[in-house]
Design a protein. Structure first.
Length: 217
């Protein structure tokens, strides 16, 4: 399921492993948020413009990882909404996880604050206002992630690998996550995505991420 290589973990099923960093080994000073840019979509939708994204990378011992994949400890599931793919995990017993992720989130907020003139076309926003523009990953000891919700016609959807009852399967189902149970998640953070909603005076942004794998306890 997972093998260790120095401070990195190879997690996932054979043939689909992901090089990830255990949260306890993550050094925020090695995380880099690049300039805002337009990246090509893998599956572009006709008539829909690509959203600007500032990619996240991780530089360790001279090696640059083009995205940031983090392996979390087993966390209790407090919410699972299969219609939206929302998964909430409890961090109340894992203060070091909360601290690491909150520090990362604050680094991103500070970067947006400093780059607001070129990224948002504004120069009058204070730090707290910029913070309110972010769809947070963590809030009040809760980590909120989003998976692809299931397709009713297929009864399965998404790209996450799920380990449950001794075997791997791919895609989230209505029954994939059970509130009160625990799951160990590997999540890939792609970068910071700007979202321009109609009627908003200023762009909002979110941390674009993908759940790579989940090990059920």
């Amino acid at each position: 399921m997972a093998t260790t290589t120095n401070t990195h973990i190879l997690s996932g099923p054979p043939g689909n492993v992901e090089l990830s960093i255990p949260i306890q080994a993550l050094e925020i000073g090695k995380v880099h948020l690049s300039s805002l840019q337009i990246l090509p979509e893998r599956n572009p939708k006709p008539g829909v413009e690509n959203r600007p994204i500032a990619p996240l990378s991780y530089v360790d011992s001279g090696v640059t990882l083009p995205c940031l994949s983090i392996l979390l400890p087993s966390l209790k599931i407090t919410r699972w909404d299969p219609a939206t793919g929302r998964l909430d995990l409890d961090l109340s017993n894992f203060q070091y996880v909360y601290t690491k992720l909150n520090t990362l989130q604050e680094y991103i907020i500070s970067t947006v604050y400093m780059q607001q003139a070129s990224w948002l076309g504004r120069s009058d926003l204070d730090h707290d206002t910029v913070r309110l523009l972010l769809q947070p990953l963590i809030s009040h000891n809760t980590l909120t992630l989003f998976l692809h919700g299931p397709n009713p016609s297929l009864k399965i959807a998404g790209r996450a690998w799920l380990w449950n009852k001794g075997k791997w399967s791919r895609g989230s189902k209505v029954s994939s996550f059970v509130i009160g149970k625990e799951a160990r998640i590997c999540v890939r953070l792609h970068g910071l995505c700007l979202v321009n909603n109609k009627g908003d005076a200023v762009s909002r942004f979110r941390i674009q991420h993908q759940v790579i794998s989940a090990l059920m306890n």
